[in-house]
Design a protein around this ligand. Structure first.
Ligand code: EPU
Length: 337
């Protein structure tokens, strides 16, 4: 197989933040078999490879000194696991939201709360996407990879993936694994997860909730709060919700009695959006970028921004939150390089 290599390719529409960026070398990967060839090509140039999915969790610089390989591996393969579950193996390049909708149409459940999350199936395990009371980790059976360190195809079980809040082995060992497929263990019987309070409110007093009702409600909540990257460039949450110690939380809650906080394995998780809003930054516009007016943990690009613009805004937000609350915010999208 010979690679179709393009040069000086504009990546502005290949990252949902819409940052101006250019790839010196660019290859579309439609089959996993091509991956070793891409690795060999990058090695021959003495360059690293940037494996690009939907580009929804990246902060790209103007020039990418790497071989950029866009993963477009398609396909959905379904087989019954037992009476109650099916196993669905999905190509990394499939669109996440389309897959969620398809699963519900097939009568396969567990992903409804994760509707409308931008990006590809292959990106879902990387940051263990989570929303409205559900993390994707609980539905993942196996992640199929090319291990660039060992130079072979391999697979990881859910426990090998070491999933945590917006975290996984793929995030902790960046560049090592190229995800080719993900298999999901989905339920054949529907049981709604209404643990997120605003979702429970939508269905208060309603006895029977269908998977499609839940899917629609999640889409409505997202559409009301979060900007659609196709209309206003963004990478979803720009910061993780910060974990603080119990004494730190107690100290803050004396000054701010209504501070939202969630239980965490150690200490408490605070809401980054709340902290940013209280710091007076919600809706702030700084040059071509800004803090979204409806959800303060989302930074947006109004057009023409570069990495420098978004990073300057991120620094300002982090600085204000640190000064006001003594809490450190951690950036979620990964800077490259
Ligand atoms: N809040 C504010 N102001 C804001 C935003 C939030 O005061 O501008 C408050 C809310 O009123 C609420 C609390 O903060 O009391 C939490 O807000 P929300 O329920 O909207 O969720 P979040 O913690 O801000 C997380 C995820 C989202 C996910 C939602 C719903 C992170 C970093 N983000 O946001 O994920 O959709 O929960 O489950 O954990 C994404 O990944 O791109 C994303 C949007």
């Amino acid at each position: 197989m010979s690679l179709d290599i393009r040069h000086n390719v504009d990546l502005t529409s290949s990252n949902t933040l819409g940052l101006q960026s250019k790839a010196r070398h660019f290859i579309e990967v439609r089959s996993a078999d091509t991956i070793p060839e891409v690795v060999a090509y990058a090695k021959s140039l003495d360059l690293p490879t940037l494996w690009l999915g939907g580009g929804s969790n990246l902060v790209l610089s103007n020039e990418i000194p790497a071989v950029v390989a866009k993963l477009l591996i398609a396909g959905v393969d379904q087989r019954e696991l037992d009476l109650h579950h099916s196993l669905i193996k999905v190509g990394a390049g499939e669109n996440w939201h389309d897959f969620v909708r398809w699963s519900i149409q097939q009568g396969l459940f567990g992903l409804e709360n994760l509707a409308l999350i931008p990006g590809t199936v292959g990106a879902a395990p990387v940051q263990n996407i989570g929303a409205y009371g559900v993390e994707v980790a609980r539905s993942i059976e196996t992640v199929y990879v090319y291990d660039t360190q060992l130079g072979c195809f391999s697979h990881l079980s859910a426990s090998d993936c070491e999933f945590g809040y917006r975290d996984s082995v793929f995030k902790r060992q960046p560049g090592r694994y190229v995800i080719t497929h993900v298999s999901f263990r989905l339920d054949r019987a529907f049981s709604p997860n209404l643990s997120y309070a605003p979702l429970a409110d939508v269905f208060a007093g309603i006895e029977s909730v269908s998977a499609f009702d839940l899917f629609t409600a999640v889409c409505d909540i997202r559409n009301a709060k979060l900007p659609n990257p196709k209309e206003l460039a963004n990478a979803g949450s720009f910061f993780k919700n910060p974990l603080v110690s119990e004494p730190k939380y107690q100290q803050l809650s004396v000054i701010y009695p209504d501070i939202p906080a969630y239980p965490a394995p150690t200490g408490r998780k605070l809401a980054a959006g709340w902290l940013i809003e209280q710091a007076g930054l919600k809706g702030l516009v700084q040059g071509p970028v800004g803090v979204h007016r409806n959800q303060a943990l989302v930074l947006v690009n109004y057009g023409g921004a570069s990495r420098t613009d978004i990073e300057a805004l991120a620094q300002l937000v982090k600085g204000e939150v640190m000064q006001r609350f003594g809490v450190e915010l951690e950036q979620e999208p990964i800077p490259y390089p």
